[in-house]
Structure formats: C-alpha cells, structure tokens
Design a protein around this ligand. Structure first.
Ligand code: SF4
Ligand code: SF4
Ligand code: SF4
Length: 323
C-alpha cells in the first residue's frame, strides 16, 4: 500500500462541532483511516501538545484541517505554524472559512464585549469590573500569561494561504465523506476553491416551487420562526420566513428545511458570490412585495446584519462594526 496521508487537525476559535462532523463519519472514518495517519489533532482529540507540532519539519504534513476562527494570539500563532508544516491546508467549516457565528462579535468593540461577558450578564457578580488580563504577576514573582484577545475576529485566509474551503456549521457529515474522498483520491478543484457540489440549498430542497412548476410570488409579511410553526409543505420564503437557501451552498442536503426550519446560510455562498451579506440583502429585497413587507422585515430583524452576516461578517467587505 502507498504511504498513508499524514493528517493534522487544529481547533482555533471554535466550538469543536466541526470535529464532531468528522467523527460523525462513523464507519466511513474507519475506511478513511486506512489511508490516513493522524499526526496531530489538538487540543481536542489526540494526546499531543503545540510544541509537538512546532517540532515537525516544514511541509511534513500532507493534509491539515483547521476549524474555528482567529481571535486570540494563540490561534494566530498555531495557524501560522500549521500552515508552515502542511502541504494542503483546508479551512473546515463556517468559522474557519467565513468567521462563523463568533464573527458577529465584530459588530461590537472589545470594551462592549468584555463588559457584557464579565460584568453585565444576569448571572455575573463583578462590581469592581475585574477583567481577564493577558499578564499577571502572582505574589510579585510568578509570571502568569493568557493569550492576548485581538481587536477583531479574523478568518484563516486573513493570515495564511488556504488551499480549500468547506462550508457548514458544522459541515454535514455526508458531505464531509465526499470531501475526504476527493482529497484522498486527489480529485480536487483548483487551489483556493470551495469543496462543494456547487448546488444551492434551493436546488436540493424538496419545497422548491420549481419542482411543481410553480412561480415564486412576492411576500407581503415577514415572519420569524418564533411567530409560529412554519408550514410543513411549500417554500418557506414564499410563506414569509427569511430562508437564505437561494444563495447558500446546499451540501447539507437542505437539512434545516427537512426539519421545517429556514436556511440561515451556514453552508457559505454559492459560487460567484463575493459578499454573502450583500447578496442576501439583494435576494431578500427582490421577494418583498411592498413597502409594508419591507417594514415588517425591519420590524422583525432590527439588526439586519445579524441576519445576513450570521456566519460571514469577518469575510465580508465590511469586516467589522456593522450595526
Ligand atoms: S463552524 Fe460551527 S460547528 Fe464549526 S467550530 Fe464554528 S461554531 Fe462550531
Ligand atoms: S427558499 Fe428555502 S424553502 Fe424555498 S426552495 Fe429555497 S431552500 Fe427551500
Ligand atoms: S439548510 Fe442552510 S443553515 Fe441549514 S445546514 Fe443547510 S446550509 Fe446550513
């Protein structure tokens, strides 16, 4: 058998849900392990330390995945180290490729974030406003340090060259299997591409009106899912729920629609879209049938950026401080 592919996985600033997506491959993961040797998987799975990665020779890892965004000096350092050690680097999941949900923090200043997290939350008692510091001398002699909290959330490609992107929060396990197979067999698109079927969520959604040769009609009232249970049949966009399926990669197989929820856009932009949020505004605007419909959108979603940039603010042209 040919040499196994040396594989590494690094969690930067994420929840590790993307790593669960790989573990969710279940028996397919066992098949993949016949071709893959895991040389580093931290800090979640393998008993390895950052210094083990730092000690590896440059380009000695064949394939590396990163999940999570970059917020701490620790994330930045380790992403740069992993890039130097790896031949192929994949930004895996919405946080790594677009900034993800943690990227919505870029709407706020660091002072606002710290005040909210360490002082104002209902369950916090911190009358003196004590906040974490990157350095502290305990008893005047022990130098204790924490990774520095940087100015804003950044994506992996803000720091280093990324070879491939995979969308999803987390990536759907059925698509992960296809992505891993493409990598193992070398059946890959040009570097810098998304590993995707290229289809939109609408293309794979069984609610698509086009399946029944129906036209899309203008929407008169916008609803949120908290306003009532979405109908079990028919296009949710047509029913007034903001569904971002038309502009989102559908490698999940329209998972949310299959359980009666609108698409929120975690799969990332379909090919050709440069700024997901800007296209989302355009797509939503194009189906609103009247001024009253626009008013109801803004009433239901007063901070529109949290709807249209839910997964992608750090990768947008605006990048931060959109209110
Ligand atoms: S993309 Fe989603 S699942 Fe993956 S690390 Fe980020 S928040 Fe977690
Ligand atoms: S807009 Fe949403 S519900 Fe309608 S077809 Fe597209 S993915 Fe399905
Ligand atoms: S339907 Fe949309 S939000 Fe749901 S998993 Fe698929 S891409 Fe993500």
């Amino acid at each position: 058998m040919a040499d196994k592919i040396k594989f590494a996985f690094l969690l930067a600033g994420g929840c590790a849900g993307c790593e669960m997506a790989l573990v969710d491959l279940s028996e397919n993961l066992l098949d993949a392990l016949e071709h893959i040797e895991v040389v580093f998987w931290a800090p979640t799975v393998a008993d390895v330390k950052y210094k083990d990665l730092e000690a590896m020779a440059d380009k000695s890892i064949d394939l590396a995945f990163v999940d999570g965004m970059v917020r701490l000096s620790e994330h930045e350092h380790m992403v740069r180290v992993l890039r130097a050690k790896s031949k192929i680097l994949v930004a895996f999941g919405a946080c790594a490729s677009l900034g993800g949900i943690p990227g919505m923090a870029n709407i706020h200043t660091n002072d606002e974030l710290f005040k909210q997290a360490y002082k104002d939350t209902f369950s916090t008692e911190n009358p003196d406003g004590v906040y974490p510091q990157p350095q502290y001398f305990l008893d005047g002699k022990y130098d204790l340090t924490l990774p520095a909290f940087q100015d804003k959330v950044r994506t992996i490609q803000d720091l280093v060259e990324v070879d491939y992107y995979v969308g999803g929060c987390p990536p759907h396990h059925s698509f992960v299997a296809k992505a891993v197979e493409a990598i193992v067999t070398g059946n890959l698109p040009p570097k810098g591409s998304w590993l995707t079927s290229g289809k939109a969520v609408c293309d794979v959604c069984k609610r698509n009106p086009a399946n029944e040769e129906l036209e899309r009609l203008p929407v008169e009232t916008v609803k949120r899912t908290v306003d009532g249970m979405p109908e079990e049949k028919g296009c949710l966009l047509q029913h007034g729920f903001v569904c971002l399926g038309p502009i989102t990669q559908g490698d999940c197989g329209a998972s949310c629609l299959n359980v009666n929820m609108p698409c929120r856009g975690c799969g990332g932009p379909i090919p050709g879209i440069k700024d997901y949020g800007a296209r989302a505004v355009s797509a939503i605007g194009s189906i609103l049938g009247s001024e009253a419909a626009t008013d109801s959108l803004l009433e239901k979603f007063p901070v529109l950026s949290k709807l249209v940039y839910r997964y992608s603010l750090p990768a947008s042209r605006l990048k931060s401080n959109v209110r």
